[in-house]
Ligand binder design. Structure first.
Ligand code: G3H
Length: 494
């Protein structure tokens, strides 16, 4: 561990216990309970994180409320400099953070490096973009029946305290994508990372602290959702909730949060529709990348392919060929491993294995993979999958691509629009116009023509509809979501 910089965040025992950050200091939870973080690579405990209590949460929230106004009153250019410095520290500790991510969540070196580099770039972009956010004025005489005399001065102000809940699959990036815009818009933030990934996220919080975010403005609490979920979500100090995670958890959080602004990135079950004129090699490359990168543990992964029997006949061999070239399941620390390391836990692998077996029992055919060893699930391809099978009806979040047979593009549209998810869909065709016309009929947040689903580039709008999310992320959109409009009306006395 880089000696001084990260020194206060753990007790340095073997394995270390990581403290939570109460906004002022790194400390153990009241009562001293912790929960282990197990590496998906070898099942070893790599550390413990604190199980905070509701009284820890009360203290954190009180500090967050108390410090927020002074932070919002701090000139934006100063807040932006602090945020830029956090990006610099991330780059400085890149190698250390990459190694930590690999061990904690099982990413390959390339994937972990990609997350860290992208996070530093994202934070810088946020800090630049925040400085171009402006208000406006609106005059009364634009509306019928009104004379001049009233002017609305409209600007953006902070919500107050933002509760940011981050998932295991991008613990640094998807924490930073909430922390940076919330802080830049003058909010204080309480981060609740996933337990798995929590150690990496705590390092990120330390980086923001060291960059100069004032006391109380940033804090991080750890523990399991079933124990602290209610205390966090129902806390009266929380003004807004930003969450990334499963659709089921999103629904539960939405239910607990009440009338608060929400920014939710939830599950995705993204289809790829292959039109008969598509470039099958391109489609195969994108399906393999989209289906198997980070072992399929991306909300933007391709989960199923909609193809007529004639299209499938051409496409399937190309997909299997591409898998031979681009995918190699194994230990993510090995340079031989490509795309598929272990999924986040042996328990997650149990679930994925069962979903695959259930599909086969219901008539699907296994054309690749299907097996697993501990947390390593083989890259799996199924054909003959139907929309009601759990492997695509629910987000599988594993290295599994399912082929669903259609007879026409209308079938594809009906299947996609009937899904409870609505994040992204890919359409492959050599005729961009036809792709556009078809794509615009799909009830999803984003349609990708000739590319696999993805969140980035990070300044693009990113949003799910239906069970896939609430609100819009992406640099400017997140800055807007992390703030609210305020209107002051000047009335000219008549
Ligand atoms: O898992 C959800 C992530 O936001 C997906 O991001 O498309 O960059 O992998 P990504």
């Amino acid at each position: 561990m880089p000696a001084d910089f990260f020194e206060p965040i753990s007790d340095h025992k073997t394995p270390p216990s990581y403290f939570f950050f109460d906004g002022d200091s790194w400390r153990a939870a009241e009562g001293g309970k912790t929960t282990p973080v197990i590496s998906p690579i070898d099942g070893q405990t790599i550390g413990n994180v604190q199980m905070v209590t509701s009284s820890d949460i009360d203290a954190v929230m009180a500090r967050a409320v108390q410090s927020q106004r002074a932070w919002e009153a701090t000139p934006l250019n100063k807040r932006a400099s602090i945020i830029h410095l956090a990006a610099d520290w991330i780059r400085h500790y890149e190698d250390y953070l990459v190694a930590l991510l690999m061990r904690e969540i099982g990413k390959t070196a390339d994937e972990a490096k990609g997350e860290i580099v992208r996070t530093a770039d994202l934070i810088d972009y946020y800090a630049k973009e925040a400085q171009s956010i402006r208000g406006e004025t609106v005059d009364s005489d634009n509306f019928p029946g009104y004379e001049k005399g009233k002017t609305a001065l409209i600007d953006r102000v902070a919500h107050g305290v933002v509760l940011a809940i981050a998932p295991f699959n991008y613990p640094v990036n998807l924490s930073a994508s909430k922390l940076a815009p919330a802080l830049l818009m003058g909010n204080s933030v309480v981060l609740k990372p996933s337990t798995q990934g929590g150690i990496s996220a705590l390092h990120l919080v330390r980086i923001f602290e060291k960059a100069g975010v004032p006391k109380g403005v940033i804090s991080a609490v750890t523990g399991t959702g079933d124990v602290i979920g209610d205390a966090l979500m129902k806390h009266p100090a929380v003004s807004m909730v930003a969450f990334t995670g499963s659709s089921d958890t999103g629904r539960a959080i939405g239910g607990l949060s009440g009338m608060k602004p929400l920014l939710f990135e939830c599950g995705g079950n993204n289809p790829a529709v292959i039109m008969p004129d598509a470039d099958m090699n391109l489609a195969a490359r994108e399906i393999v990348k989209g289906g198997f990168a980070y072992a399929g543990q991306r909300c933007t992964g391709i989960k199923y392919v909609l193809a007529t029997p004639a299209v499938r006949e051409q496409l399937l061999p190309a997909v299997l060929e591409e898998m031979k070239k681009s995918v190699n399941a194994g230990d993510p620390r090995s340079p031989e491993t490509k795309m598929v390391g272990p999924v986040i836990s042996a328990r997650a692998a149990d679930r994925i294995e069962k979903v695959i077996q259930d599909a086969v029992k219901q008539g699907a055919t296994l054309v690749a993979g299907g097996g697993r060893t501990d947390a390593l699930v083989e890259p799996t391809v199924l054909t003959g999958v139907t929309p009601s099978m759990e492997v695509i009806a629910k987000e599988t979040f594993g290295p599994v691509v399912s082929f669903v047979e259609i007879q026409s593009m209308d079938d594809a549209m009906s299947i996609i629009n009937a899904s409870s998810y609505g994040l992204q869909a890919s359409v492959f065709t050599r005729d961009e116009g036809a792709g556009l016309v078809f794509g615009k009929q799909l009830n999803v947040g984003t349609i990708q023509i000739n590319g696999s689903p993805q969140r980035g580039p990070d300044h693009f709008p990113f949003m799910g509809i239906k069970g896939s999310g609430v609100g819009v992320q992406g640099v400017r959109y997140s800055l807007e979501a992390m703030s609210r409009l305020r209107s002051v009306v000047l009335n000219k006395p008549s």
